[in-house]
Design a protein around this ligand. Structure first.
Ligand SMILES: [Zn+2]
Length: 438
């Protein structure tokens, strides 16, 4: 048996967001179920009227999602990606050209008739990005051209298999396409694997294995044996040179090419793909993409599809299960809970909350009206930092810090504590405290 806490909107003090927490008891068997935890922690929920597989995000869940999305965008910007937005609908012809209509239609929503044309909720972002690339002429000097988007895509899953954030009909995908020369493929694929490694470190995720996903029998793959061989050889080389252990798996490729899949395992031991790197000779051909080479003539680019965290839904589901709701501090919905021992310290608590807000930290006050100090500390056990203010601390403008892992620090000046926490959060560290500095 383990305690977890439910957040619900509580009384508000001026300018502060307060939350009431109450402990609930959950069974050991449900410990790693993100659906149960997500509801208990007030992260997301579903409603039959909105529909199965269409979860909505509550304020704390939306904070986690927004923070994760901004982290990914910043990582991509530093790695030379440029972001675009593209519509979630496209004409049926777009998917006929890309091959989705012929090879992937079982997973697509039915086309909608619109006058004389048909539009489709998109099953992937790739065709839009190919068309965006094609809309401008490109010199070899612009390559590798890295185009990224956190965008919506849709999958017509049957309602029987839907649940939580892992089987959904609307997906927010962290996607990117790198248009490059054949010579640049290995380095770009390697760099994408490195971004995945960095992100997993910041998120505290351990991959269960790397998989080289190859085509299997059946007609769901585009027929181009020579292209499959070339792209498989490239990805094999990237994996071999990375030194990462991997296994080849038949029947797991995308319909247009092989891929490297980064697999994670949930609390129930089920494995799923979070991140991918794919090499694609097919789409550039289908969309007649080209760049102008040094000799002034047209050449065909290669398209690398890559996702650092996969879908936002699946990534957050995995994070909830992996951390049991105790997210890394930079991702936590509430990063610091302020605990005045008596009402006399409330002005100091409110001043501290304002300083946190100014620094971009997410803080809440849990005052004496919410019970004894011990009870309030237990209620806030998923919050990374607990700042206790008693009479002595208030007089000295100090704060006595407790960390989520049970550590207690000596009272320190408020400004020191806040700058240390802000630095750890800015670094996307999974460490709660920099021990060398404390
Ligand atoms: Zn793609």
């Amino acid at each position: 048996m383990t305690d977890v806490f439910v957040r619900s909107p509580g009384a508000s003090a001026p300018g502060l967001r307060l939350a009431v927490t109450r402990p609930v008891v959950r069974e050991e068997t449900a410990m790693h179920d993100h659906r149960k935890l997500g509801r208990e922690l007030g992260l997301f929920d579903t409603d039959p009227l909105i529909g199965a597989g269409l979860p909505y995000w509550l304020p704390d869940g939306a904070t986690v999602r927004h923070t994760l999305e901004e982290y990914i965008r910043a990582v991509e910007r530093r790695a030379g990606y440029r972001h675009v937005y593209s519509p979630v609908l496209g004409k049926r012809e777009l998917y006929e050209i890309s091959g989705h209509w012929a090879h992937y239609s079982d997973d697509m929503f039915p086309a909608m008739d619109l006058g004389s044309e048909q539009v489709v909720l998109r099953p992937s972002l790739c065709p839009h990005h190919a068309v965006i690339y094609r809309s401008r002429s490109h010199s070899y000097r612009e390559l590798p051209l890295r185009m990224a988007e956190l965008g919506g895509m849709y999958r017509s899953e049957l309602s029987g298999v839907l649940g939580g954030l892992t089987r959904v009909r609307g997906i927010q995908l962290n996607d990117a396409h790198i248009f490059c020369t054949l010579d640049q493929v290995a380095e770009e694929a390697q760099a994408a694997l490195e971004l995945i490694r960095q992100a997993y470190e910041a998120l505290g995720i351990t991959p269960s294995r790397y998989r080289l996903s190859l085509p299997g029998p059946g007609g769901k793959y585009v027929a181009a044996p020579e292209k499959w061989q070339r792209s498989t050889a490239l990805l094999t080389d990237v994996l071999d040179r990375s030194g990462l252990p991997y296994e080849a798996a038949e029947g797991e490729a995308a319909f247009y090419g092989p891929k490297i899949d980064v697999q994670v395992t949930d609390g129930a031991g089920r494995e799923s793909t979070l991140s991918t790197v794919q090499v694609d000779f097919h789409q550039p051909e289908q969309f007649d993409l080209h760049y102008i080479g040094a000799n002034g003539s047209k050449h065909r680019p290669v398209m690398i599809h890559r996702s650092i965290i996969g879908s936002v839904e699946r990534a957050v589901a995995h994070l909830i299960e992996q951390h049991g709701g105790a997210f890394p501090a930079w991702l936590a919905p509430t990063q610091l809970v302020i605990l005045p021992i008596t009402d006399a310290e409330l002005p100091n608590a409110e001043a501290l909350a304002r300083q946190c807000t100014d620094l971009g930290l997410r803080a809440e006050i849990a005052g004496p009206e919410r019970g004894s100090l011990g009870a309030r500390i237990r209620e806030a056990r998923l919050v990374p930092y607990q700042a206790v203010i008693g009479a002595k601390e208030a007089a000295d403008d100090h704060v006595a810090m407790r960390l989520r892992d049970g550590r207690r620090l000596d009272p320190q000046p408020v400004s020191n504590v806040l700058s240390d926490i802000a630095a750890l959060i800015a670094a996307h560290s999974t460490n709660l405290w920099n021990d060398a500095a404390s």
